[in-house]
Design a protein around this ligand. Structure first.
Ligand SMILES: [Zn+2]
Length: 416
């Protein structure tokens, strides 16, 4: 293992670092370069060039996409200063001169989200002393993790960031080897030949960063902070910028339009409409319950009158329609008020089955025991005592079979 690591290191040190064109000019979309290495692996090929305008994934920013020669660039990674382009399509060979074309729409979008992140981090630091501890640029939205930032201040942060956008501040890049400068700003001591790239939003922030950025803050258009989440000790701020903000606005407008149509209320009145509808629904549910209760109480005498006379008992064994456990228990209680009765009731409500077994005090059949035997056969659990036992959350299809099994046990005494 050690030997292999040493060998890998030797191979790496022999490789020439790729000249990163995007570091100097983030607007250059087309470039020519020499292929230093092309290694095929399955349907893909790893290509190393002497120079590249493709941005390799790093610092929370995804890699560029585009075309290299006649092939699609599907991934770009950096390994110890060497940029490896993963391409799919016709592979070049070492020594070839190839033309690379970066997909600038994706690049500009990434630069926009990234620049917005710098502005968010800088305003949060300036106003609240918040420290940025994480950044992720996603396909739809991006996030910045801020330490010592109170989520209640998010609107104020949004206002501050968009003020910076409107001020159209230049964003510039400086690549330096000045050791003192780097040490002062980053606390890091530079190695020989090492250089650091600083990105500055004029008058606001200067930070060491290798990513791609806009030329001015105004190009970010609108930075919209969408929501905050507590993540460990920091506040995660989710945001969109530029065209993504427009897209988000359009989506929300469509959703609001649909709500307005469905409720026949103006967009601003939709929340009040929903509140009123919720209140009405609650009242209707209450009313419905009252009616169901009354219907149940009316049904009980009929059920008792029609009870089957078997084994010296009056047996009510039935599946009632759409009753929850509370009502089922209430029905069983009413039935067991009649001497010599056993009630075996089942029902399905909201896709869940319930069973309630009850016996009047003068009946010598243990309901908890009957229930236990029945549930054993369908692999469920329940509880209760000798006069009343119940089980809920059952497979709806098992209710009828469970009632039939309970009836057998009660009438034939086969439960033992
Ligand atoms: Zn940056």
């Amino acid at each position: 293992m050690k030997n292999r690591q040493a060998r890998t290191r030797r191979v790496r040190t022999r490789r020439v670092r790729t000249r990163r064109i995007f570091r100097e000019d983030a607007d250059l979309s087309e470039f020519t370069a020499i292929v230093l290495e092309a290694r095929e692996s399955g349907e893909d090929c790893g290509v190393i060039l002497d120079a590249s305008a493709f941005y390799a994934e790093s610092g929370g920013q995804p890699p560029d996409r585009g075309i290299l020669g006649d092939a699609d660039v599907v991934d770009v990674q950096e390994d110890d200063g060497v940029i490896v382009h993963t391409i799919r399509g016709k592979a070049p060979t070492a020594g070839d001169e190839v033309v690379g074309r970066v997909d600038m729409e994706t690049r500009r979008d990434h630069s926009c989200q990234h620049t917005a992140q710098h502005a968010i981090s800088a305003v949060a630091r300036e106003k609240w002393g918040a420290k940025t501890v994480g950044f992720h640029l996603g396909r739809e939205t991006s996030t910045v993790d801020l330490e010592n930032f109170d989520a209640d201040a998010v609107k104020e942060l949004e206002d501050g960031v968009n003020r910076i956008v409107r001020e159209d501040r230049p964003v510039t890049v400086e690549i330096t080897q000045e050791k003192e400068n780097v040490k002062f700003r980053t606390g890091r001591v530079l190695g020989p030949d090492e250089e650091v790239r600083f990105v500055e939003i004029h008058g606001l922030v200067r930070s060491a960063c290798g990513g791609t950025h806009l030329k001015s803050t105004a190009q970010a258009g609108l930075v919209k902070l969408l929501k905050t989440d507590k993540v460990r000790n920091s506040t995660r701020v989710e945001f969109v910028a530029g065209l993504r903000s427009l897209k988000k606005f359009q989506q929300l407008q469509d959703a609001c339009g649909l709500m307005s149509t469905l409720t026949s209320a103006g967009v601003e009145d939709v929340p009040a409409w929903i509140k009123a509808a919720q209140k009405q629904l609650k009242e209707l549910k209450k009313e419905n319950e009252k009616l169901a209760h009354a219907a149940l109480l009316n049904k009980i005498p009929v059920l008792v009158e029609k009870a089957e006379e078997v084994a010296g008992l009056k047996l009510v064994c039935t599946k009632l329609e759409d009753l929850d456990m509370r009502f089922l228990r209430e029905g069983a209680k009413e039935i067991r008020k009649n001497a010599g009765t056993v009630a075996l009731l089942g029902s399905v409500h909201n896709g869940r089955g319930s069973l309630v077994f009850a016996a009047s005090d003068d009946v010598d059949v243990d309901m908890a025991h009957v229930l236990k035997k029945v549930l054993e056969s369908i692999g469920a659990k329940g509880g209760g005592n000798s006069t009343m036992a119940q089980s809920g959350g059952l497979d709806p299809l098992a209710v009828e079979e469970a009632l039939s099994r309970a009836r057998d046990i009660v009438t034939t005494g086969t439960g033992d």
